[in-house]
Ligand binder design. Structure first.
Ligand SMILES: C=C(O[C@@H]1C=C(C(=O)O)C=C[C@H]1O)C(=O)O
Length: 458
């Protein structure tokens, strides 16, 4: 049984928030925190799978943090054309004026499409282009313990007593959720659709030719597989399998109606904690070996591959150049190291800095996204190439996904090794960087490797 070890008085906090809202003539965000002991947030996520409440799941490594957002008190959406800056400003104003009871700062979670300028197409048409949600209830778990955070925007005409009752009822319902009983057997694959290896490789060949002619230096060409399974798919069961198979990647799931976008990505776009900015360039890939010697040899091969080092260096340079005007004390590790995952290994270079001036994490996300690791270089040419030649809408695949809090902290990953799920349908995405020395056949094999971790888990 879960225990709320301290019960705040919702009604008096909401009454105070309403008084504040009336004085300011605008709604005030009230945030109340309780200690929470008990169930794994992923189990709760599974319980909520059949409900229609918006749900967001997030589980990162280094540092370890699990978030389960349930419901929505408000949504922050970038206005078309104004980028993330307005959103950041709105969030800052709202959190400065928030009434916070307890230790947790207000927090919003969400993500954005890979390409804000491309028109959403099937299978993404029903999925929002951008969505930063301030969840009504937020479970936060760190190695230090768990908290239940209640976030409510109180307007000048709200009834604090009725709102308080509503929260109590919702928390009781959450506490009353029984342990999961339906451990689903893996459904079997019925249909698999996507462009053939030959078609994809000819496309890659044409793009490599364009690179050789100097039209651009790198482009990331992706694949979209549409699979149909024998039974409706359970995002929670997939997350559970991903968590078991890959201890290094960051898990995420965003549900919208009957669609769920989820995955386990190895790539962090950027994190900010107490002003400290951390990111890495992740590009250059080779498979893992079946035994330690082969594994070691393959790792060395990747580290000494001129083609992969070039592909990687473009990413390092672009991240450094994008961050430089917004940070101070920028440091880049002198050379890449191996980032080892269960079926493949990547080159990774750590980049760190301190945030400068009034810049916030959304500003950093805006200038970084998409990096050449997932788009190419130069950015404009690479995006045009993708729009023209890739042949499908990436939607949220390879886009930024993460959270921001009221203390200026935040963490965004690049939504790779991911899938969009709807009932029995599963859309899988994976890509790879093409440079002048790329060989289409090897690149195709690389996309198969990248698709395999998610395919295994579905
Ligand atoms: C584009 C993907 O991965 C990216 C491309 C990589 C590469 O080309 O070597 C490596 C890691 C990621 O930055 C993907 O997983 O779909």
């Amino acid at each position: 049984m879960n225990i709320l070890t301290r019960m705040w008085d919702f009604e008096s906090v909401f009454t105070a928030a309403r008084a504040q809202a009336r004085q300011a003539c605008q709604p005030v965000l009230a945030v109340l925190t309780f200690l929470w002991t008990g169930r794994d947030p992923l189990e709760l996520y599974e319980q909520l799978e059949s409900s229609s409440v918006p749900c967001l799941y997030w589980e990162t490594r280094d540092p370890e943090l699990t978030l389960l957002g349930i419901g929505r008190t408000l949504e922050l959406c970038p206005d078309p054309g104004s980028g993330f800056e307005r959103v950041e400003q709105r969030w800052r104003e709202m959190t400065v004026a928030a009434l916070v009871e307890g230790s947790a700062a207000p927090r919003a979670i969400g993500g954005f499409r890979f390409d804000a300028e491309a028109v959403p197409e099937w299978p993404w048409r029903q999925f929002p282009s951008a969505r930063l949600i301030v969840p009504r209830l937020l479970l936060e778990r760190t190695p230090q313990g768990s908290l239940l955070v209640c976030q409510k925007l109180i307007g000048v005409d709200d009834d604090p007593i009725a709102e308080g009752h509503r929260y109590r009822r919702d928390i009781e319902a959450l506490l009353g959720q029984g342990a999961s009983s339906r451990r689903q057997a893996k459904p079997s694959l019925v249909q698999n659709q996507g462009v053939s290896a030959g078609q994809w490789q000819s496309k890659a060949e044409a793009l490599i030719e364009a690179i050789r002619k100097g039209r651009l230096q790198k482009v990331v060409l992706a694949r979209h597989l549409h699979q149909t399974y024998s039974e409706p798919l359970s995002p929670a069961a997939i997350l559970r399998r991903l968590r078991r198979s890959d201890a290094r990647s960051h898990l995420f799931a965003v549900r919208h109606g009957d669609l769920c976008f989820l995955g386990a990505t190895p790539e962090r776009l950027v994190s900010v904690r107490e002003g400290r900015v951390r990111t890495h360039a992740l590009a250059g890939t080779i498979q893992r070996g079946d035994d330690p010697e082969t594994d070691q040899r393959l790792g060395q091969q990747l580290l000494s591959s001129a083609k992969d080092r070039h592909e990687h260096a473009l990413v390092v340079r672009a991240i450094r150049d994008a961050l430089a005007p917004l940070v101070e004390g920028l440091t880049v590790s002198p050379k890449p190291v191996l980032h080892r995952l269960p079926v493949m290994q990547h080159l990774s270079t750590t980049i760190e800095a301190r945030i400068a001036g009034v810049n916030g994490i959304l500003k950093l996300v805006e200038v970084l996204q998409p990096t050449p690791a997932v788009a190419g270089h130069p950015k404009g040419e690479a995006l045009s190439c993708i729009r023209l030649h890739e042949g499908f809408d990436r939607g949220w695949y390879a886009g930024p996904l993460g959270w921001i809090d009221g203390n200026g902290n935040g963490d965004f990953v690049v939504a790779l090794r991911s899938a969009l799920i709807k009932g029995r349908d599963c859309h899988l995405f994976a890509g790879c960087g093409l440079v002048a020395d790329s060989v289409p056949e090897y690149e195709y094999q690389e996309t198969c490797l990248k698709l395999s971790s998610m395919q295994e888990a579905v």
